[in-house]
Design a protein around this ligand. Structure first.
Ligand SMILES: Cc1cc2nc3c(=O)[nH]c(=O)nc-3n(C[C@H](O)[C@H](O)[C@H](O)COP(=O)(O)O)c2cc1C
Length: 217
């Protein structure tokens, strides 16, 4: 690329048009507003609206982040699944405080969730695992997520072998497969405006209700 700095500086962000966001008329529970926004994302053709960045911290307190999909959302929280033996799994074991970030560029919306990740019961994790596709199950059953591999070909061969085993034993379950629920403590809804006077609405979890506050952009 000729002049990367120039290319970056000329790249456009938050072009619009954006959907309206009436902060005077928002749900009492952030889950309900999330559902409304999720529907708007789908209606506007947002690519992979269920993808988000999950942030964790390692044993030294250093942040780590990666993209995951959410599996569900309800009044109790936002759900994602992974191996509890992966880096993120070990980090969550050590420090359950996580952040989840959704960005839907087509509609200029960001949702930030901070809270604690809680492991779901083994039976629920098993059911989630069994609903995954065959290749995804085969890869998980290798039990190697986030460990170092010598050559990419090793993975191809290992997955082929594991697929053959799965054909014989289709109900095999990887015991470390874990469905986590993020129990939110704070949820922020960020809406881009074409005039750049962006809107931020943040929910804070209080004892028995959610407190809503506008934030300066
Ligand atoms: C769109 C997308 C969706 C992903 N979904 C998942 C997922 O649901 N679970 C998962 O364990 N990894 C998922 N990954 C892979 C993770 O980003 C990551 O590479 C992997 O979980 C290992 O992370 P860790 O080493 O921090 O544990 C996804 C990646 C992308 C790009």
């Amino acid at each position: 690329m000729e002049d990367i700095r120039k290319v970056i500086r000329q790249s456009k962000t938050l072009v619009g048009p954006f959907p309206p966001f009436n902060v005077e008329d928002t749900a009492e529970h952030p889950y309900d507003l999330f559902l409304e926004w999720f529907q708007v994302a789908i209606d506007n053709g947002v690519n992979e609206p269920h993808s988000m960045t999950l942030s964790t911290t390692d044993a030294n307190g250093c942040p780590d982040a990666r993209v995951l999909i959410i599996k569900d959302v309800d009044q109790h929280g936002w759900y994602f699944a992974s191996s509890s033996e992966s880096e993120k799994g070990k980090q969550i074991e050590n420090n359950p405080h996580v952040a989840m970030t959704f960005y839907w560029s087509e509609i200029g919306r960001q949702v930030r969730i901070r809270g604690k990740a809680v492991k779901m019961d083994q039976e629920v994790c098993t059911q989630d695992f069994l609903k995954r596709g065959t290749v995804a199950r085969a890869i998980a059953l290798l039990g190697k997520q986030s460990t170092v591999m010598n050559r990419q070909q090793e993975a191809d061969e290992a997955v082929r072998n594991q697929m053959a085993i799965l054909q014989q034993q289709p109900n095999l379950v990887y015991p470390s497969w874990t469905l986590y629920r993020t129990v939110a403590e704070e949820v922020e809804f960020w809406q881009a405006q074409e005039d750049r006077n962006h809107i931020r609405l943040k929910y804070f979890s209080e004892k028995d209700h959610w407190l809503k506050r506008l934030l300066w952009a």
